[in-house]
Design a protein around this ligand. Structure first.
Ligand code: GUN
Length: 319
């Protein structure tokens, strides 16, 4: 799926350039020497290059000041050559991440972390959507997993991952529609046709419309309560950062399980560190109708969705 999306973006980039436009250019600000951050940034740069997007890394030491970071974002905001900007997180403790994310112009904010993009997402307005949330949405939609009226558990309430995923899945995408009885009638009728699978959900102009009943669980949800919720869920999305948080006894037969977890654990067999998600994959796959692995599941699709945001930002199609 990630490869398919990348091919679509590559075609999009080529057709954008063939119309006489500049090649999209992504600037990534990377602070310090966190090995995971360096790995993620390398993957983003490689993927960008594969679809024809130019990119650059602006590398700063871990003692860089917040003022300098804001100066850099200001320069990039004003640079017409730069169409997309992201600051790799986490930032060192002396820097306020919210202030830095808000320092990026919302039109170039390919991570969708600017307060304007988050606000617009929450109000069903067009926005640059955080790539992990888009990836989960895309996996669900492209796989044909139904969300309308279904029970969804999102385990994890982070503002960049759990919250936007829950936003996309619970909404009808219509709250900010223009007034007028005709449009209201049209949207209600269309929603009814979608619910009966007579027309695809992509055929009407909505931002996102999961229309699911979404439960958000978090670190203070008692485990036995979490199990009660997950056993009722048609879709379980886990972004908690806890290995084996979801075990097979917590999953309803035929449920879809999407694992957003990234955990580095010691592997007693090899003696090395290995990457695992939040789901007990081998046990849960027996109950689930659909499950994403870690690595090789949500991660590559997230990178592809970041590139999609980079193309959207270059085309300035988010009004
Ligand atoms: N660190 C972990 N995930 C992300 C992400 O999606 N964007 C940025 N900027 N930093 C991250």
């Amino acid at each position: 799926m990630a490869r398919q999306i990348q091919k679509e973006i590559q075609r999009g980039v080529e057709s954008w350039i063939s119309l006489g436009n500049r090649r999209p250019h992504l600037s990534i600000i990377l602070v310090g020497d966190n090995p995971a951050s360096h790995t993620y940034v390398r993957k983003k740069i490689q993927a960008a290059s594969a679809v024809g997007i130019c990119s650059e890394i602006i590398l700063k030491p871990k003692d860089v000041s917040q003022e300098e970071l804001l100066y850099i974002t200001d320069q990039l905001n004003m640079d017409p050559r730069v169409t997309g900007i992201l600051v790799q997180l986490p930032l060192p403790g002396h820097v306020d991440e919210r202030t830095v994310c808000n320092g990026i112009s919302p039109e170039k904010d390919v991570d969708g972390f600017h307060i304007i993009n988050i606000g617009r997402l929450c109000l069903d307005q067009h926005s640059l959507i955080p790539a992990t949330a888009s990836a989960v949405w895309e996996i669900i939609k492209r796989t044909g997993i139904k969300t309308f009226g279904k029970n969804v558990v999102v385990a994890g309430r982070s503002k960049n991952v759990g919250m936007p995923i829950a936003m996309l899945l619970h909404t009808d995408g219509e709250h900010e529609r223009p007034g007028g009885s005709e449009i209201i009638w049209y949207l209600s009728f269309s929603a009814w046709l979608i619910s009966l699978s007579i027309i695809p959900s992509s055929s009407i102009h909505v931002v996102a419309n999961g229309d699911a009943t979404v439960t958000i669980a978090h670190r203070y949800t008692p485990r036995e309560q979490l199990k009660i919720h997950t056993q009722l869920a048609d879709i379980i999305i886990v972004a908690a950062g806890i290995p084996k948080l979801i075990t097979s006894d917590m999953v309803k037969e035929g449920a879809a399980v999407i694992d957003v977890g990234i955990n580095y654990v010691h592997d007693p067999v090899t003696g090395k560190t290995k990457l695992v998600g939040d789901v007990d994959f081998e046990a849960v796959r027996k109950a689930a109708s659909f499950i994403t692995p870690v690595p090789g599941g949500v991660g590559p699709v997230t990178v592809a969705m970041l590139l999609k945001n980079t193309l959207l930002a270059a085309r300035k199609v988010i009004d």
